[in-house]
Design a binder for this molecule. Structure first.
Ligand code: BT5
Length: 319
């Protein structure tokens, strides 16, 4: 019943429906409607009741109705289930817990906001309402050295999917940040569990600044952007999610079936620091050089004086 009420409010796209009409449509009492609305509010849905007008679901664009996303992906063999929570600490954390408890591959966990969103290397990922914060459980049969390539595969998939919504194309920063005009729009975090020669599962966490103004993301405004800032309009998160998931499915299968070669080429075409002088921080020092390639193993290749250096981890900065 709660899901039905939520869908009705969602369909109104910010419009109002009276408690009486809702009760009539659903064949329940007005008190029952009120109780369900109250429970939805407790769960974190932003619903207001205005006397004389009825109930409205605020910020409906940011809410994911799992059934709607699944319907958009009817032909997908990749997405098995979608779960949405108005608030979570981190979608990666919940996905990890579910994967440990034998949840099958293909589950997608989405949050309206995260209170402890995670970036790479223990960094924080700011996840206010309006963004698309989600994680996918995968169980690929891959060797450990192939897993680092997955990061680049998903980066290309997310960037290409987002190009459908943007006036200017996205670019990529190695290994997996999606940028526009040198400002970060989206980030990806891969977490792997299992033994070296026997991967149990991979959690792919993806964060995209959609309906958020950059000033509402508490990091340096110069370095961050959003779909709202780039397009000047609010987008519907469930639509973006469905498009991204279908690109991820295609690129993931392309990678599993044919390998990294074609995706590597696409990554290089989008990579904004290829051919430039960059510095990259390593645990004990910083390496500076000309970024001449991204190789078949997904490593960043730098020309440093007479030497060629292969980098497998670190943060790129353009000099
Ligand atoms: C990433 O880390 O870019 C990976 C971000 C993954 C987030 C998703 S959201 C769903 C899932 N659940 C999670 O808990 N995480 C994943 P990294 O490359 O380490 O970048 C982190 C850095 O980006 C921070 O140190 C900030 O400088 C910057 N940053 C933080 N929040 C940001 C945001 N919303 N937009 C742009 N930049 C941000």
């Amino acid at each position: 019943m709660r899901v039905t009420i939520l869908s009705k409010l969602y369909e109104l796209q910010g419009g109002y429906i009276s408690g009486t009409d809702l009760a009539e449509e659903l064949g329940v009492s007005r008190v029952a409607v009120w109780k369900h609305i109250d429970a939805l509010k407790q769960e974190g849905y932003d619903i207001t009741g205005v006397s004389g007008k009825g109930y409205t679901l605020n910020n409906w664009q940011n809410i994911i109705l799992p059934a709607e996303v699944k319907q958009k992906l009817v032909n997908s063999h990749f997405v098995k289930e979608v779960m949405f929570y108005p608030t979570l600490n981190s979608t990666n954390e919940l996905a990890k817990e579910l994967a440990r408890n034998n949840t099958e591959k293909g589950l997608v966990v989405v949050a309206g906001k995260q209170t402890a969103g995670k970036g790479r290397l223990g960094r924080r990922w700011e996840s206010p309402p309006g963004g698309l914060w989600f994680s996918i459980i995968l169980k690929p049969k891959l060797a450990l050295h192939e897993l680092s390539l997955l990061s680049l595969v998903f980066a290309v998939a997310v960037a290409k999917a987002l190009d459908n919504f943007l006036p200017t194309p996205t670019s990529l920063k190695w290994p997996n940040d999606v940028f526009i005009n040198e400002k970060k729009l989206a980030g990806i975090l891969l977490e792997v569990s299992g033994q070296i020669d026997n991967i149990d599962h991979v959690i792919v966490g993806i964060g995209i600044n959609v309906n958020i103004l950059p000033e509402n993301i508490p990091i340096d405004k110069e370095n961050v952007t959003s779909l709202l800032a780039e397009t000047n309009r609010e987008l519907v998160n469930s639509h973006i999610l469905a498009v991204i998931l279908s690109y991820i499915e295609d690129y993931y299968h392309l990678f599993l079936q044919t390998g990294f070669a074609k995706i590597r080429q696409e990554f290089k075409e989008k990579c904004f620091h290829l051919g430039k002088n960059i510095s990259i921080n390593q645990p004990k020092h910083t390496i500076t050089g000309l970024n001449i390639d991204i190789d078949e193993q997904g490593s960043l290749v730098l020309e440093v004086g007479q030497d060629v250096v292969y980098i497998t981890t670190g943060d790129v900065k353009i000099i």
